[in-house]
Design a protein around this ligand. Structure first.
Ligand code: ATP
Ligand code: MG
Length: 412
């Protein structure tokens, strides 16, 4: 028996309606804020993620599905996230000279070789948005408002917005120095952190090792080292969120796992879904487009994990989707009646109705039992006599009422 790859999932028809509902809300909300859908390839040149995500990140160092392309002598990777691909796509498609801002969204699967557990898989689904070409906190507030409105519409009252600012190129050196001093004095706890201290000290704050997390808690805070411009922008962002009625807490532990972030960063964290509680993470990435060979174009975006959203909905019991019920079940007795049932079903489907009829050769009793089980609103039973008379009893399953209708022209 061949089984699915560890960390991947099958989503069966009893669950897809919930996924589609969630995706539908995401699409509708994104379009209300003027974001258009973009679709980019599932795999890209590895170099894109090494440059775009950052070669000192866990995603690139440990989690990427990378392999040699057949024939061509190059390394390709399954996308571990969506932002780098979208940035590449806008440069490659000449969008950087369009009127700003550019606003894109996507619902994609991403691939990371992580330890599978509840809310963490190796192929996972993400709703992502990217906005390019505005450095204003009004753009940050808009992106955050979009994420908040999706979560609100999905009924996720157990989710809270955690907000931080990690500063820009100007504030980074002073903060970095303070951080290096702090960690040099107390000594990094794990081996990875020793390398981080030398290569990319900001990553020290992001270590999942419990000892390291304790150190990170007491580390210098980015918000205390912001330059004048970053501090003013962060204040305007907070004022905008207040005005838009979006609750948040300022949380200095939010630093985000990817290299390209600058300025405000945020996570929406859900209560009651276990350790993988970040349902959405995002922030500003002003250096990304330029680092990929495009013009200096600022960006702000977020990624929202679909499975975690659904876990959070389950935790609150707001995950109930009415299953689709057939309008009509046509029960048939004998081959002639089965052919007639197919004819009737097809006629009504062409009118847009969901109709079922027996195609497995059940007994009449079993057909009626099945019609009940799938919740058909109406049923009818046809045999030779109904076909000869051209009329049939249409039964309303809710109240049992029967109406005589013309077999070849009735509608429901
Ligand atoms: P985490 O801190 O949980 O590892 P991350 O910072 O690596 O998340 P991002 O790269 O910001 O995550 O991805 C955005 C969102 O995608 C996350 O907030 C989460 O909801 C979801 N996500 C990330 N990795 C996974 C995964 N392996 N399985 C399921 N969902 C994931
Ligand atoms: Mg991660």
């Amino acid at each position: 028996m061949i089984q699915k790859i560890k960390g991947t999932m099958d989503i069966l028809p009893n669950e897809t309606p919930l996924f589609r509902y969630v995706e539908g809300v995401m699409r509708e909300e994104a379009e209300k804020y003027g974001y258009g859908e973009i679709r980019t390839p599932t795999f890209e040149n590895t170099e894109l993620f090494v440059r775009g995500v950052g070669d000192t990140t866990d995603v690139v160092q440990k989690e990427m599905y990378t392999f040699a392309d057949r024939e061509e002598n190059r390394s390709i990777s399954l996308r571990p996230e969506g932002t780098a691909s979208v940035a590449r796509a806008i440069i490659e498609n000449g969008k950087c000279s369009d009127p700003m801002p550019l606003k894109y969204y996507y619902i994609i699967s991403c691939f990371r070789h992580e330890k599978p557990q509840a809310g963490r898989s190796r192929e996972f689904f993400q709703f992502g948005t990217e906005m390019f070409g505005s450095e204003s906190p009004a753009a940050d507030a808009t992106a955050i408002a979009l994420a908040a409105s999706v979560l609100k519409r999905l009924g996720l009252t157990n989710v809270k917005l955690h907000l931080n600012s990690i500063g820009c190129k100007e504030c980074r050196p002073t903060y970095r120095a303070a951080l290096v001093d702090y960690y040099t004095e107390c000594g990094p706890r794990c081996d990875t952190c020793k390398t981080r201290l030398a290569k990319n000290p900001l990553r020290l704050l992001d270590c999942k090792n419990p000892d390291c997390a304790l150190l990170a808690k007491a580390a210098p805070k980015t918000v205390d080292h912001l330059c004048e411009s970053c501090a003013a922008k962060f204040d305007m962002l907070k004022a905008s969120l207040d005005a838009m009625g979006i609750d948040y807490v300022v949380d200095s532990s939010i630093v985000r796992g990817l290299d390209y972030y600058t300025g405000p960063v945020f996570e929406f964290i859900a209560e009651g879904i276990g350790a993988q509680s970040t349902v959405c993470g995002g922030g500003r990435y002003d250096g990304l487009v330029e680092s990929l060979g495009g013009p200096a174009l600022s960006g702000i975006g977020f990624g929202m994990g679909l499975t975690r959203i659904i876990l959070a909905m389950r935790a609150l019991g707001v995950d109930k989707i009415e299953p689709k019920r057939p309008k009509l079940y046509v029960a048939a007795l004998g081959d002639r009646a089965i052919v007639k049932a197919l004819e009737i079903a097809e006629r009504l489907r062409r009118e847009g109705k969901y109709v079922e009829c027996d195609i497995v050769g059940r007994s009449l009793k079993a057909q009626m039992k099945y019609a009940n089980k799938i919740g058909a609103e109406y049923t009818l039973i046809i045999g030779d006599s109904e076909i000869d008379a051209g009329v049939v009893q249409l039964k309303n399953m809710a109240d049992g009422e029967q109406t005589e209708v013309a077999l070849d022209s009735f509608t429901i």
